[in-house]
Write a new protein. Structure first.
Length: 537
């Protein structure tokens, strides 16, 4: 029995007995099979193209293609040249490399616009270029916010004037494009307004208007300018107060009843009136020794006046015989009824004192800020307590009165319960209803996207392998048929063997008899053959 090595050697020896046309057919068939296998392998392992960048302008597109050529990254264009595709395994690495080179820059230009200023440029052109550059830098800065995919800033900067009455304040408008499903909260909008106001001289934050891609105004005027605008802030502040109190109540009750076993809702009545008042209070007069003296005045005066007097009796009505001397006036009377010492001039003293005390006065100026809590209404629902039965089941039992009283006291402390304010607290202990288990319809195996993608990949590989196998078997069969039809060489030993001699003799006699029969039936053909032999010697 021949071994596989001898069989393969015999087939190679048979290839040498083929004709030239058959050999060419075998060679071209083998080359076609190899080319087919290579094409099939390339088709199966062809790269999956992903979008690197889209919506590119001509400048960015040219710069990116030049950078991709330097990085030896394959690419192709799509969407009329506005999108560039690269293999999926190159997307993220290529984006990082291009980002390090500042690509794509976009249609917005920043301060690089001022790099190529020409000599002799007018002041007006310089001012316009500076404003464009500033707008571009603000566009890039705002676009770096996570929720914003793109931004457009327009500045209205008036020309300065030497007249104060003609000076105008600058303003700005911002158009932001948000990613799908994203939104900007009030703090983020205020941050954009302050960022732009800090970048432009003399620009106030309330002169910045922010609008999204849908045309909705996101910015809110600063200050108490309109009741409608103030109500938005009131609602935000009211919601924050209610959410904070509800979270505080749930946080203090959860350790007692367990997680997901308590719900709290708070309604806050807030006073947004801003009150300013001034009061002067006077106290009644107190002890003068403790009073504060503002001023004190004391005066004292002394005066001398002649005292009335004379000779008692009728002699008093008579003129004196001689002048009265000073000694007679001041000395003691010697004659009874004629003179006395009351003729001496008396002295009088007058004293006055004035004291001004300060009044005990209190002046109080108070401002009551808006947003004070006028009244709170709190509703708390506590679930029944779950108790395990001996058989492993669970039953729900209500909380005891002592536990409910303890919870009520904790809630009052957390919310700052005030009876004078009219606060209302309602606590209910009840069993929570179980959430219905929604059984989502299971996706059939043949409808699962992952399974579909896997099946497509496997089917593609199997089809490719099947086609390659069919082509290989067809080529193999054709080659075997060609080798089978090739004339087989007669072994030398067989040609000289005694057994082959009779067979060769019988074959010669048969051929000779056939030639004789042909000569009898068609002598002209035989004559032509002989004539041809003789002509060709």
């Amino acid at each position: 029995m021949a071994t596989p090595k001898q069989t393969l050697l015999a087939r190679f020896q048979s290839f040498g007995r083929l004709s030239s046309g058959q050999k060419l057919a075998v060679i071209f068939g083998t080359a076609a099979f190899i080319a087919f296998v290579f094409v099939a392998w390339m088709y199966v392992n062809r790269p999956e193209w992903r979008v690197l960048y889209s919506n590119l302008n001509d400048r960015d597109g040219g710069n990116i293609i030049s950078a991709l050529s330097q990085l030896n990254v394959p690419y192709k264009m799509a969407e009329g040249g506005s999108a560039i595709l690269v293999p999926s395994n190159f997307v993220y690495d290529t984006r990082l490399k291009l980002a390090s080179k500042g690509l794509p820059r976009g249609s917005v230009v920043g301060f690089e616009l001022l790099d190529n200023q020409k000599l002799g440029t007018s002041d007006f052109i310089q001012q316009v270029d500076y404003q464009r550059a500033l707008e571009g830098e603000l566009d890039r800065t705002i676009s770096s916010i996570s929720a914003i995919s793109g931004a457009r800033v327009q500045l209205a900067i008036p020309r300065p004037s030497v007249f104060v009455s003609e000076q105008q304040s600058p303003s700005a408008s911002v158009l932001v494009s948000l990613y799908p499903g994203r939104a900007l909260d009030t703090a983020q909008v205020a941050g954009i307004e302050r960022l732009i106001a800090a970048s432009v001289p003399q620009l106030k934050a309330n002169n910045v208007t922010v609008v999204d891609q849908n045309g909705d105004v996101l910015s809110r005027p600063q200050g108490n300018t309109d009741g409608l605008n103030l109500s938005a802030y009131q609602l935000d502040y009211k919601g924050q107060v209610e959410e904070t109190l509800a979270h505080r109540i749930q946080a203090i009750i959860t350790p007692i009843v367990g997680r997901d076993n308590v719900r709290a809702a708070v309604t806050a009545d807030l006073n947004f009136s801003r009150v300013e008042q001034t009061a002067e209070t006077y106290k009644p007069n107190g002890n003068p020794a403790d009073a504060a003296i503002l001023s004190q005045q004391t005066s004292e005066s002394t005066s001398n006046s002649p005292a009335p007097g004379g000779v008692v009796g009728s002699a008093a009505n008579q003129p004196p015989a001689q002048p009265i001397s000073a000694s007679s006036v001041t000395g003691p009377a010697t004659t009874s009824g004629t003179m006395s010492n009351s003729n001496v001039s008396p002295s009088s003293t007058h004293k006055s004192s004035t004291t001004n005390y300060d009044v005990d006065k209190t002046v109080q100026h108070s401002i009551v800020a808006a947003g004070a809590i006028k009244r709170l209404s709190v509703a708390v629902v506590v679930n029944y307590r779950a108790i395990a039965n001996p058989d492993g089941s669970t039953k729900l039992v209500p909380l005891s009165q002592a536990e409910m009283t303890e919870i009520s006291n904790l809630v009052k402390g957390a919310m700052g319960f005030d009876t004078n304010r009219g606060d209302n607290l309602n606590i209910v202990n009840t069993a929570f209803s179980k959430k219905p288990v929604l059984s989502l319809p299971s996706t059939p195996f043949y409808k699962n996207p992952d399974n579909i993608a896997l099946a497509e990949g496997v089917l593609k590989d199997l089809l490719t392998a099947g086609v390659v196998l069919i082509v290989f078997l067809s080529l193999r069969r054709m080659l075997y048929e060609m080798l089978a039809k090739a004339p087989k060489p007669v072994p030398q030993a067989a040609a000289t063997s005694p057994e082959m001699a009779p067979r060769r003799k019988e074959g010669y006699e048969q051929n000779l008899q056939a030639a004789k029969d042909m000569a009898r039936q068609n002598p002209s053909i035989v004559a032509n053959v002989v004539k041809d032999w003789m002509g060709n010697e």
